[in-house]
Design a protein around this ligand. Sequence first.
Ligand SMILES: Nc1ncnc2c1ncn2[C@@H]1O[C@H](COP(=O)(O)OP(=O)(O)OP(=O)(O)O)[C@@H](O)[C@H]1O
Length: 738
Amino acid sequence: MPQIVLGDINNIDGSVQRKVFAFLQKLMQSHERSGLHIEPMVGSADSRARTGRVDSFWRAVLFEITDPDRDRIFVFVGAYPHDEAIEIARTRRLTINPRNGVAELSHAPAAVANPVPPAAVREAPASEDPRTLRARGFTLDDLTDIGMDADFAGGALDVGDEDQVIAYAQTAPATWQGEAFMDLATGTGLSTVRERYALRDEVPTEGTDDEQLIAALKHPAARMQFAFVDDNEELRAAIEAADFAAWRVFLHPEQRKWVEKDQAGGSFRLTGGAGTGKTVVLVHRARHLMKQSPTARVVLTTFNRTLADSLTEQLRLLDPTLALASDVGEPGVFVASVDSIAARLLHRHRSSLDSTADQVGPVGRVLGPRTSEVFGRRVDDAWKNAIAVGGAALPPDLAVPSFFETEYSMVVLPQRIRERDEYLRVRRGGRGVALNRARRNAVWDVVESYRAAAAAAGSADFEEKAAIAAEVLTSEGRSVADHVLVDEAQDLTSTRFQLLRALVEPGPNDLFLAEDAHQRIYGQKIVLKNVGIAIVGRSRRLTLNYRTTQQNLHYALAVLSGDDFVDLDGEPENATGYRSARTGPSPSMIRASSVTDLYDKLAEQIDEWGGGKTSSIGLLTPANKEASTLPRVLGERGITATFVDNAGTAASTGVQTMTMYRAKGMEFADVILVGASAASMPRDYVIAQLPEGDREDAVQRERSLVYVAATRARDRLALMWVGEPSSLVPMPDPDSTS
Ligand SMILES: Nc1ncnc2c1ncn2[C@@H]1O[C@H](COP(=O)(O)OP(=O)(O)OP(=O)(O)O)[C@@H](O)[C@H]1O
């Protein structure tokens, strides 16, 4: 049976997608089926070129390759109206780049953007624009040495303006060349580019010409443009990918590397800015691991249930046939939040949580002597109550629940402190608030009250449950997973990491963590080695943003500037090299004079953007109250909007309103940050209550929240506020404020 390779499918007209799918489906069964009319071209530039009949009007353009293993391969490069298809099939060639062995679809010469002959290009004077590659010291030979087409490279040397870089990259004769040019233009060095696209000065030499071409199509850089399709489901996914879901098929070589890489050394950390495809890598990796070993126990987990649900959805989209496990420890991919995994483990081991005569049980090891009834939910205001009961000696600056939340989850629980004496001696690494002996004593009084109330109620908080679940697994000496993949790792706390560590034996491909320190909006600053996870030397960063435009990305990065972020290795996180391949309008800055004026302007903006189709617009607010009010006030202005809270899934109609927190992991075509005013962000009233040493981190999390929110937009971004704008919201250009 023939194999299909899809190339350049973005040009498939929506009206003909279904027919193209049917055509390729038949072709996968046999190229000789009646009605397909696979025909060679007389006088074509490439003797492999064929056309095929999609319907009476549309023709597929294909290249036929003989594959000794599979009979033959058809590389599909698009469907066009009859005459256009003939012309394309005559003039295009499927070639192997002689420098690096990457398969490329050569366009007709006229399509190549730069008319300057290489000799003249070589001698051109240094450009006056310091941003161009030429001004930065690159030569034509540098670019052609890595395999760039000489004409394209000639033009590439003299483009400096960012918008033009993106536009010029789109004229590249091969996808990898456009991406490599963008990398160089945004400061990446030649050697990194070589490594990133596996450009090794090697061309396939073994076998027939056709076999060499097959090897060239499988080169990681070629697979940004050509996708091997194995079955109907993949075919359908790929054809649909022509719209929004290219991620299912065309991975960037860097993404593919981390999807497929055998992490023999153990735990691995993938970092990358918002929208660089970390989740995409995780979802593909889950499938890859299952393909490698169909009975593997893969856990795919993240911070909360909303995000876990979205991971399940993406897994299903990627591969509806993938085996999903219904419980942790079973073969297949098990997707759930870390807290839900903890709850399952506690229920499963409910009879072994207690201490026995000669051994302290998991609950005792975390909380000290108490009943092992821990299944109840912690009451609201538990720390507030504990402060009221046990806080008589507490200095006023520490009498804040959020101080205790942090102290408890960063110091007390991870180090399994059960007694006052232990707490008086413990090292409180990473905590900004200093505590002398008297203050520690006062803090411990409150911890004792907190624990006593929970023991009486038979409850435990999520942090405690994670710690107890970790103890359960550790004491049994039994792991329940072969591979654990974690998304949004920056938002997990120490005890949750301890649980993840306990889920899987240390060893090859054990833990794979995706994180972005800039998006930490819940978690604390954690250093992985302190929770038993050794990563050193096994961290990599993705830099190409697939989601947002260059303009929105710049804006979001400006939100972060001036603050110092630290990653899970305890190293400074930087945002250099982040780039986007798309351009769009600059973010709009909209000031309102009153709340009513804000609602009016909001409605105007939605009308202007939506044109009747509004479900791809997200309105993100700092707090629940504002998000839940918006549907009503917009309804009064004739706009349908739905409030999406933590319990609900995304609404299918109308504008979606939600908090910036809820929007984490999501994306919209257009986003409006509503309420970006000084009065709402940062939340001074919350921060002022914190002890001095905890304030800086709290402000950083608010900054990260704005970054998260601003990076949810694929195309257009607007910020609106009443009165003064928030200090977390940069004002790029005062003239653009309306
Ligand atoms: N190779 C790809 N081709 C096309 N689109 C891609 C590719 N990789 C990622 N994307 C798209 O980019 C967007 C962001 O991807 P993803 O959600 O995986 O990024 P992320 O790094 O996890 O983002 P965040 O940290 O903001 O949640 C998605 O719309 C995804 O489909």
